[in-house]
Design a protein around this ligand. Sequence first.
Ligand code: 1GP
Length: 251
Amino acid sequence: MGKVEEHLKNIIARDGAAHLTLIDPAKQATGVTGEIASDAAEAGTDGIMVGGSTRAGGKPLDDTVLSIKKATDLPVILFPASEAGISRHADAIFFMSMLNSRDPHFITGAQKLGAPLVKQFKLEPLPMAYLVVEPGGAAGGVGKADLIPRAKSELAVAYALAAQYLGMRFVYLEAGSGADRPVPAEMVRAVREATDVTLIVGGGIRTAEAAAERVRAGADIIVTGTLVERAKDRKEKIREIVKAIKSCGGA
Ligand code: 1GP
């Protein structure tokens, strides 16, 4: 097991759940990403994910990762929309496959293009199934997802089991960045009961209650992104969410 995966596993074992902050380089001026990351670190987040639904890559991506590394000691995990979202300066990468895409490009195509870079840059790959649930947001649109209906937990379970049997150690239930409703807690619970994967939930989580409800349902990692875009109260908001998920004792 690589260092970043071990770091996450230790936190989940100790605190019941971990929190990751998503920074989208396309939405932030490079100058402020370091500040956002240090605010998130002070508020208790456990790692920074860098990525988004656009093909943003190259120098802006490298600069974002470097500014985060300079501002904090937290692991930086890439969350790429395509092979363009790979930076040599990160620690790890969610090596993800959107299992419910209609386009093989998002299942194995971009992965085939990115894998040699992951090896060359010695990034730690974290094998992850990316499952996009209604409403799905930009992730669902860009990735041509055959969205999992909110009422169809059994479909999410089927995909998550397929992911586990394919050897993936992480499953991400994604409602889409800025979603008006997060992934239903019942769906999180159904996937938790059926699988042993490390279960990540994100998209539309804006309150401590929403985060805690999903951890009580069995989520191991909660991701928030949109929250950090609010400069004024982001530290307080993240602190509340971190406190809530780490005091509900896990699944
Ligand atoms: C998006 O799940 C993440 O990929 C985060 O979503 O921006 O709604 O927090 P939010």
